[in-house]
Design a binder for this molecule. Sequence first.
Ligand code: ZN
Ligand code: ZN
Length: 314
Amino acid sequence: MPLRVTFLGTAGAIPTTERNPSAIFVAREGEKLLFDAGEGTQRQMMRFGTGFSVSHLFVTHLHGDHVLGIPGLLQTMDFNDREEPLAIHTPAGTRRELKGLVNALGNRPSFPVRINEVGDGDVAYRADEYEVRAFATDHDARSVGYALVEDDRKGRFDRERAEELGVPVGPKFSKLHEGEPVELEDGTVVDPDQVVGDPRPGRVIVYTGDTRPAAATVEAAEEPDLLIHDATFADDRADRAAETAHSTARQAAEIANRAGADRLALMHLSSRYAGQTDAHLEQAREVFAGDETDAFVPDDGQALDIPYPDGEAE
Ligand SMILES: [Zn+2]
Ligand SMILES: [Zn+2]
């Protein structure tokens, strides 16, 4: 099952000609999720072909560079006669401000908009095969990060072994794979654990939004396949990162290490580094790099398909 992340906006507080403010689009099966919506997000969605059929928007905090795209995006959805409901998840205590954005200039979306406040540890959204959890971050605003965590997948079905045991090909196969014992014609009972392997882990994506390096990010989810972390500054501005409640690329890499992440996307680069990503990459890779791991600075529009940890297609 494809799980695709598209980086719609990777800039820090001030956009550059190359980078839009924060927005990350995630498509899983037919479902489309958006994390933050900085100014101009709707145009990035057009440029990079994601479409507008987002069912959930997850807001990390209400600084303008993460939410000023909401009024325009909702207005366009309205012009497009959208009818499907939209859920917007936002940190506890920000409902009023968020509502102000939804209803900016007296706009009243014709489709239902549900606002859901979330705090550390809350499941913001429970879907069929995954959930999106909120976790605490350390920023100078009410803020959370989000972890998309897929459920374990069923263990692999050992077809050969099932046939050896005399299970006839057909519905009994799926019954066993679903975890139910089956009885054969001679009265023998075959249990699922005889033919089904251990559950296999799903995929995990963690997105911090703006934050200082924080233990809660490490605890948000085990061994993320992709950690998308604040890396506003390089080492030369480490003091500035601490003052403004952001992280350096090196600090993001340390968190990625502690979390056991596979890949680290360095996000939210300050406009002072416009066009220059060498220092970020170099400093992150001093801490976080290996055969199975890597840090990168995504470009706007870059898309990434996340494979299952065991490398299998489903
Ligand atoms: Zn920001
Ligand atoms: Zn911020």
